[in-house]
Unconditional design. Structure first.
Lengths: 143, 434
């Protein structure tokens, strides 16, 4: 139930983002979701892609620093309050969230939230118990 | 023609000086041979007996001493006196975390004070003056050097030490400082702060400044003189030889007079060791003919300069050296602190986090030196969270602070972005125009 997310080190230099996104494009990889955490000196670009191994290969060849992190993808009803409920489940179970980002899919009226949590297995169990859908790799890649 | 602190030495004839130097050199070599095992071995190896050294002309027969020799005999291996005659220990930063340790007898301290008193006098200082010492006090020789010089002169020493610029200015204003002693970049900083505070430099009693411990240009001198409304004098020294005051500028300001009654000076070709004629540029070498605790024979400073015996309008006959215009090694001086890139490399390698691919970017912002250490990322280092990445930067920064005494900015850069080179890697990018 864990999704492989790519993290790319982005030095705060002109043209860096263009270089990264081009490398991914040239490898024929499709980006499903992305987020960037920035500081004054560098950023960490986080990507969910449909072909992570190809993406890693392409990025490494382009001389970039990239790693894989396990994250979970939670399906949330696209209506007010739905997300707050999910976050409450984690908080009630003392599960801390490292970071998160969301995206909306075309196929159904669900929103998806990518979460990196301290203890992913417990998070998955807690959320599923409260009726939240945890998407697997295939579901994400085939949205 | 100004005042001289030691007129009989500072204006001595060439013959008198040569005779004094020869006598002292012969005595020094005998003392080194008898009391310093390291030197006895060196001299034996070179086939030199103390009685072979009778005059200054015999100097070039003697072997050189290197900084490495001090490191190898750390801490007290080159001292020529027993513990009960040591009055003081001082030290300066060295490579691989080892300090360069020096020692002084009572008489050495007096000699050093005399050197510094000559320097203060040459800058126009008298018994009536308040000498404001903003060099650091402690193991480093800057603060205590100028302090003892001021007291020896009979002037009034104000031991402010460095830092807390607002307080420095309060003291300059309220205590009536006449002569300021600090690094040139700190003098600039004080000058700028004075202006920011709206204090008119004419309203403080500063007349002159004695600045050293780092390289500085004519432009910087003019700027300091304008900001503080003073005359700015250069001073040179190194703790291995004594401390600040080995040489000093007079009012003519065309070089620094070396206290050659105590330090015989040579310029050599750094590659061959050949002694070069007057006027040539090369490595400065000092022989400490008067020192008791740590008499060094032909100590190679790694500073590049030239010597001149041209007549000086100040009336002093002491040989003059040019401002040092470079190093034979890669040492940097940042905010008055000696920094060797290899020190930084050791710190990075010890942390076991990073590759040894780094670049030191030195700059000057608002008249203070800055150091940025750019370190290449590796796959292992890379963490998905900003927090962990910042932790890595923080750990490197605090390791550098603890090893160097210098706060550096740490920037993580992408792999392979720091230029590689054949042979010795270019580790330093010094953007300062000194």
């Amino acid at each position: 139930m864990l999704i492989k997310q790519l993290s790319v080190f982005v030095e705060n230099k002109k043209g860096r983002m263009a270089e990264i996104t081009q490398a991914i494009a040239d490898a024929g990889v499709d980006i499903r979701a992305l987020s960037i955490a920035d500081t004054s000196d560098f950023g960490i670009l986080r990507l969910i892609v449909n072909k992570p191994d190809d993406a890693i290969k392409a990025l490494k060849e382009a001389g970039l620093t990239v790693s894989l992190t396990d994250v979970i993808a939670v399906g949330v009803e696209d209506k007010p309050g739905a997300f707050a409920k999910a976050v409450k489940v984690l908080s009630d179970n003392n599960l801390s969230i490292e970071y998160m980002y969301a995206f909306i899919s075309r196929s159904n009226d669900q929103a998806f939230v990518i979460l990196r949590v301290e203890d992913p297995q417990s998070a998955v169990a807690a959320l599923q118990k409260k009726g939240f859908e945890i998407l697997d790799t295939d579901s994400i890649y085939n949205l | 023609m100004g005042n001289y602190f030691s007129p009989w030495v500072e204006c001595a004839s060439r013959e008198t000086m040569r005779e004094m130097q020869s006598r002292r050199l012969a005595d020094m070599i005998r003392r080194c041979y008898e009391h310093v095992p390291f030197y006895r071995e060196r001299l034996d190896q070179a086939g030199i007996a103390p009685q072979d050294i009778r005059s200054v002309d015999d100097l070039s027969k003697l072997p050189f001493t290197y900084k490495q020799d001090l490191r190898d005999t750390y801490p007290y291996g080159l001292f020529a006196v027993p513990k009960d005659r040591l009055a003081r220990i001082q030290a300066s930063s060295g490579t691989t975390g080892k300090m360069t340790v020096v020692g002084y007898t009572r008489r050495d301290i007096d000699d050093w004070a005399e050197d510094a008193a000559r320097a203060i006098t040459a800058a126009g200082g008298t018994k009536e003056d308040y000498v404001h010492v903003s060099y650091g006090y402690g193991l480093f020789t800057g603060g205590l050097g100028l302090h003892y010089g001021a007291e020896r002169l009979g002037a009034t020493a104000i031991p402010v030490s460095s830092g807390n610029t607002k307080r420095q200015i309060d003291i300059l204003r309220d205590f009536g400082s006449n002569i300021l002693c600090c690094t040139p970049s700190y003098a600039m900083y004080i000058g700028e702060t004075l202006h920011e505070m709206g204090v008119d430099p004419a309203s403080i009693n500063l007349r002159a400044g004695i600045f050293g411990a780092e390289p500085w240009s004519i432009e910087m001198r003019l700027e300091i003189e304008k900001l503080l409304q003073i005359k700015a004098y250069d001073i040179y020294g190194l703790s291995e030889v004594m401390g600040p005051g080995v040489s000093f500028e007079c009012e003519e300001q065309t070089g620094m007079h070396i206290n050659e009654d105590k330090y015989i000076t040579e310029i050599i070709d750094p590659d061959t060791g050949e002694v070069l004629p007057e006027g040539s540029q090369g490595e400065l070498v000092f022989t400490c003919i008067r020192k008791e605790a740590l008499p060094l024979i032909r100590y190679r400073t790694r500073d590049i300069a030239s010597l001149s015996r041209a007549k000086c309008s100040c009336g002093r006959t002491l040989i003059k050296m040019s401002k040092p215009c470079g190093r034979t090694d890669d040492m940097l001086i940042i905010r008055g602190i000696n920094v060797f890139p290899s020190q930084i490399e050791s710190v990075l390698l010890d942390l076991n986090l990073v590759t040894p691919n780094y670049l030191l970017v030195v700059d000057r912002v608002d008249n203070l030196d800055t150091l940025e250490v750019q370190v290449e990322m590796t796959g292992e280092m890379f963490s998905d969270t900003v927090r962990n990445m910042e932790n890595i930067e923080k750990r490197i920064r605090s390791a550098l602070l603890s090893a160097l005494g210098l706060a550096a900015k740490v920037t993580l850069v992408e792999p392979k972005t720091i230029a590689r080179s054949e042979g010795k890697a270019q580790r330093i990018q010094d953007n300062r125009t000194l």
